[in-house]
Ligand binder design. Structure first.
Ligand code: NAP
Ligand code: ZN
Length: 351
């Protein structure tokens, strides 16, 4: 039987979020139903509520950093049982048959993955609704186990901010001694710092916020550069192997490319509304450098990241909020005023 879900949703583009009730599907044979405990607030939620990427589906229930407890499982489910601590990230389904799904990178599914909200199920019609809601029903292949030793609230952001930075760090071969730069110390950026330093990298943070300088070192950064200061940027020239750029608006990449050494790679994860300005191709060629992109992580790598965080005792640094603070939280994120991830206590939905 379908169940009533209580949520907060954006009724229309750019409108504040308000309480909204809708129906979740009945738990099918392969489904897991999860009572949501916490849901992280990603800058992607802000982009999509404001429809900056286009084709927004409204009402929109954002939220793709979901953790909670399993309350029901379908009769074909083998990996989860009632009471398990479980997580759901940015995807809830994919075709499962194409070459990308077969190699475990479902986010690049050739037929299009079903994202957790502002997307459709694999029927390409039924809208998906995210984790700012009291429960979710998700096919088991898109549910992960959250290590028991991690604080559940602070673990929620691992489901997007964590995997999105872990994946390019791994893909570009970061290891002990690698020199890693992180641009932007927000939700994604602070996870990149924690993860890269746990991998043994020497980490440099590029921030626009003087106020984050000291805190960046507490998070594990070895060097902090105020990116607005040309003298500090000049000093960092040619010192890095890999940069993870988390800035979510159009910006000049050249000052960051200048900090890469020969064979350096810049991975874009921040997703701007409009493109970045052009950069110096000749310099890139003469130093065999590379600019790439990376989208979240596939399901095997998502579980791998959670296990990595379990082993290294890594969680996000969070500010817990009630659901009725969500619109204010969006405004603060737009001002880079978050240290470093808002997480909604979903119990506050009842109030
Ligand atoms: P966030 O918490 O708001 O952090 C972004 C940080 O970027 C800010 O805190 C700020 O850090 C810095 N920044 C902001 N505007 C800037 C500017 N104009 N120039 C330089 N730095 C600026 O956002 P988030 O949740 O980490 O998300 C970041 C971006 O990644 C968003 O676009 C989001 O949609 C995208 N994203 C992509 C993926 C993916 O799979 N590729 C997944 C999730 C999110 P400082 O104060 O340190 O300067
Ligand atoms: Zn996200």
């Amino acid at each position: 039987m379908a169940t009533e879900a209580h949520s907060w949703a954006a009724p229309e583009v750019r409108k504040p979020l308000v309480p909204w009730t809708f129906q979740r599907r009945a738990v099918g044979p392969h489904d897991v139903s999860i009572k949501v405990a916490y849901c992280g607030v990603c800058h992607s939620d802000v982009h999509q509520v404001r429809d900056e990427w286009g084709k927004g589906i409204f009402p929109m229930v954002p939220g793709h950093e979901i953790v909670g407890h399993v309350t029901a499982v379908g009769d074909k489910v083998t990996g989860f049982k009632v009471g398990d601590t479980a997580g759901v990230g940015c995807m809830v389904d994919s075709c499962g048959e194409c070459i990308q799904c077969k190699r475990g990178v479902e986010q690049y599914c050739q037929k299009g993955a079903s994202f957790t909200y502002n997307s459709t199920e694999q029927d390409k019609q039924t809208p998906t609704y995210g984790g700012y809601s009291d429960h979710v029903v998700v096919t088991e292949n898109f549910v992960v186990h959250v290590p028991k030793n991690l604080d559940l609230c602070a673990a929620a952001p691992l489901l997007c901010a964590g995997v999105t930075t872990y994946s390019p760090l791994r893909y570009w071969g970061v290891k002990k001694g690698s020199r890693v730069g992180v641009v932007g110390l927000g939700g994604l950026g602070h996870m990149a710092v924690k993860l890269a330093s746990a991998m043994g990298a020497v980490v440099t943070v590029f921030t626009t916020s003087e106020s984050k300088k000291a805190a960046a070192k507490d998070l594990g950064a070895h060097h902090v550069v105020i990116s607005k200061d040309p003298a500090e940027m000049k000093q960092a020239a040619g010192t890095l192997d890999v940069i993870i750029d988390t800035v979510g608006s159009s910006h000049d990449l050249q000052p960051y490319l200048n900090t890469l050494d020969v064979d350096g790679k810049l991975a874009l994860v921040g997703m701007p509304e409009t493109n970045h300005p052009p950069f110096d191709a000749k310099r890139m060629i003469s130093m065999r450098q590379c600019v790439g992109g990376s989208n979240i992580a596939g399901m095997p790598e998502t579980q791998e990241l959670l296990n990595f965080c379990g082993e290294h005792n890594i969680t996000a640094t969070v500010e817990k909020i009630n659901i009725d603070q969500i619109n204010e939280a969006y405004e603060r994120m737009l001002k880079s005023d978050v240290k470093y991830r808002f997480v909604i206590d979903i119990a506050s939905l009842k109030q």
